[in-house]
Structure formats: C-alpha cells, structure tokens
Ligand binder design. Structure first.
Ligand SMILES: Cc1cc2nc3c(=O)[nH]c(=O)nc-3n(C[C@H](O)[C@H](O)[C@H](O)COP(=O)(O)OP(=O)(O)OC[C@H]3O[C@@H](n4cnc5c(N)ncnc54)[C@H](O)[C@@H]3O)c2cc1C
Length: 188
C-alpha cells in the first residue's frame, strides 16, 4: 500500500458512537482510548511510520482482565433464574481470580445489528473466587445489550475489560454515613 492521504485516512480510528459508552465513568473511558489511538495515528502519519499503529486493537484471550483492552472469556454456564434474569458463569484459566475489589464493575462489549454496544456489569461471585466469575443480568425487551445476551450459549467467547470503580473499604474502619428520610406532607 502506498502512503497517500486516502491510505492514512483508511487507518484513522473512528470516534466511538454513544452506544459504545456505558456511561459509568470508567477510567480509561472508551473516549480516552479513542483519544490515545487518535494521537498514535497522528504521530504515525506525521512520521510516515505504520509500525507505530501496531499496538492497536490488541485482544487478550482467557487470560488477565485489562482496563484498556478487551479480553475474551468463555461462558461455562447459563442459568435462567426468572423470566428475564440470567446468571452467567465465565471460565478463568489457571484457576486465577478476576482481581476485582469491592463494588468494582467490568465492561462488556457486544454487537447488535452491526452496532457496537458496551455496558457495565458488577460480578456477583466472591472477589476471592478462583477459576471463574459470575454475573447476574436482567434482560430488557428493547435493551440493546439485552438482545446480544439472549443469544449467548455455553462455550462462546465474550469480551470484557476492567475493572473500574469500587469503594475504598478497609475492615473495621468507621466512616461517615448519611441517611436521608422523606416524610410526605399529609394531603388535606
Ligand atoms: C456500574 C454499573 C453496574 C451495573 N451492573 C449491572 C448488573 O450487575 N446486572 C445488570 O443486570 N445490570 C447492571 N447494570 C446495568 C447495565 O449496564 C445495563 O444498563 C442494562 O443491562 C441495560 O442495558 P441494555 O443495553 O440491554 O439496555 P439499553 O439499550 O441501555 O436500554 C435501557 C432501558 O431503556 C429501554 N429502551 C431501550 N430502547 C428503547 C426504546 N426504543 N423504546 C423504549 N424503551 C427502550 C430498555 O427496555 C431498557 O429498559 C449496571 C450499570 C452500571 C452503571
């Protein structure tokens, strides 16, 4: 391939669509990752060096969770708990644990009718669980990710990144709490 402007434009990263942002304040967010890719592309273009783009679009497989790149995990069981709620179990190779702390969530990537969607989910398995992690998900009739979830079967690979968020919890440490009470005015 030559070095024409069109060639470089074809390699330019695309700005994420709103459906790709889960809206839960991930660090790095999908827009931060896009910004990094864009800067790398601009540098590669200025230096006319395509090798600088090589780190783009890495994806791990059944190994370690990463906040920057998606890792594929195998679904080892699907259990329907209610009409619209499912518990999914994922395999972690090498009997390792996911490495989350209290209250942290992970981000799932799926594709629905050609549209990439990303949403946040909080694993329900103990943070010390080894060899697996589980999520409990409620599916919505018109939900985008929900449509992708309904197609899942055992043995399929599903892409996650994270962890994000969480609470700074230390055993036996007391903190300030806030409880709000609301008493409605009596109607005349
Ligand atoms: C930090 C965090 C952790 C979370 N953890 C969990 C978890 O553990 N388990 C879990 O189940 N969820 C969790 N969620 C929620 C989850 O991220 C998704 O928001 C949820 O699964 C719905 O995604 P969706 O793409 O299926 O629905 P969306 O497409 O985002 O739709 C959301 C709602 O809008 C309605 N809707 C969409 N399109 C239309 C339309 N055209 N007309 C009318 N209504 C419409 C849908 O029916 C649905 O009720 C978490 C969210 C956050 C922020």
């Amino acid at each position: 391939m030559g070095e024409s402007e069109d060639d470089w434009l074809s390699l330019k990263p695309s700005e994420p669509s709103p459906s790709q942002c889960c809206g839960s304040g991930c660090k790095p967010c999908i827009y931060d990752l896009y910004q990094n890719e864009l800067e790398r592309w601009e540098e590669a273009k200025a230096k006319k060096d395509r090798s600088l783009l090589a780190r783009k679009k890495q994806q791990g497989s059944n190994s370690k969770l990463s906040p920057e790149t998606f890792t594929a995990f195998k679904i080892c069981s699907v259990e329907q708990l209610t009409e619209d709620t499912y518990q999914y179990k994922f395999e972690l190779l090498g009997n390792c644990s996911l490495g989350l702390s209290l209250g942290q969530h992970i981000v799932l990537r799926g594709t629905v009718n050609g549209l990439e969607v990303q949403r946040a989910y909080t694993p329900i398995s103990p943070v010390t669980a080894q060899g697996y992690f589980e999520v409990l998900i409620k599916c919505y009739e018109a939900g985008l990710m929900s449509q992708y979830l309904k197609s899942w079967k055992e043995g399929e690979l599903v892409s996650w990144r994270g962890p994000f968020g969480g609470f700074p919890y230390r055993p036996n440490q007391r903190g300030l709490g806030y409880l709000g009470l609301y008493r409605p005015e009596p109607t005349p």
